[in-house]
Design a protein around this ligand. Structure first.
Ligand SMILES: *Cc1c(COP(=O)(O)O)cnc(C)c1O
Length: 227
């Protein structure tokens, strides 16, 4: 199936989830996660109307960026090693994986403009997952005021990999409540209006629970081999 056909199906499901929960579909953006696929497939996504591209490794990010450049808005969604920051920071619009002070320091030092960041939260508490514990999120965000190049646009999480819808929903709901707590603080460096949550197997639930950026790989661009 073409990316365009897949995108139509996904957009239909987003529209239904929005309808059901009284949201506006225009508040939900799709980040096409192209880490498994070729440059040609990423370009196909852009031709189908995708604006946002996401990559999870620095080398893959650079390969796609070199081929596509400013035809897309660029999201770094994976764990970011501090030593890789300088390779990618000039090209990144959004970082979804800010999870520690040392990374914030490095981004602040290397960036020559404001970088929109999501603070990654490990809501489920699984040891395999990156991100801050929920109770550490607000104090962490408060310390980020020292970094003039970092704007906390929102929170990001990955739900546990399970078929249990209630567990997934609880995870997304907790992230939304946490986001609301940060918003209430009205911190100038942390408007925190966005929620990066929802992947191929759980994006409908994520939309119902308030996601504003979905990170979609397999269900949108497939998982063909990178050339
Ligand atoms: C790979 C990846 C995705 C996309 O996963 P799919 O299940 O293929 O949609 C989303 N977010 C992160 C952080 C990823 O690494």
């Amino acid at each position: 199936m073409s990316v365009k056909q897949r995108l139509q199906t996904i957009q239909q499901q987003i529209a239904e989830a929005c309808e059901k929960t009284g949201r506006s579909a225009s508040d939900v953006q799709i980040v096409a996660v192209t880490k498994y696929v070729s440059i040609a497939r990423a370009k196909e996504a852009i031709e189908a109307g995708i604006v946002h591209l996401g990559e999870s490794r620095a080398d893959g990010f650079l390969r796609k960026y070199e081929a596509i450049g400013n035809e897309a808005t660029w999201h770094f969604i994976g764990t970011l090693q501090s030593r890789k920051v300088k390779q990618i920071i000039d090209y990144v619009d959004y970082v979804h994986s800010l999870d520690r002070l040392s990374l914030a320091e490095e981004i602040n030092k290397r960036a020559n403009r404001t970088i929109k960041c999501f603070v990654q939260v490990n809501v489920s508490g699984e040891t395999s997952k990156h991100g801050l514990a929920p109770e550490d999120v607000l104090p962490f965000i408060e310390t980020l005021s020292a970094f003039s190049r970092i704007e906390v646009v929102g929170l990001m999480t990955m739900a546990p990999y399970t078929d249990d819808e209630a567990t997934i929903r609880r995870c997304f709901r907790t992230l939304r409540e946490l986001k609301e707590q940060v918003q209430e603080k009205q911190l100038p460096h942390a408007p925190c209006t966005q929620l990066s949550m929802g992947m191929s197997n759980d994006y409908v639930i994520a939309v119902e629970e308030g996601a504003t950026f979905l990170r979609l790989g397999t269900c949108l661009v497939g998982e063909e081999e990178v050339e």
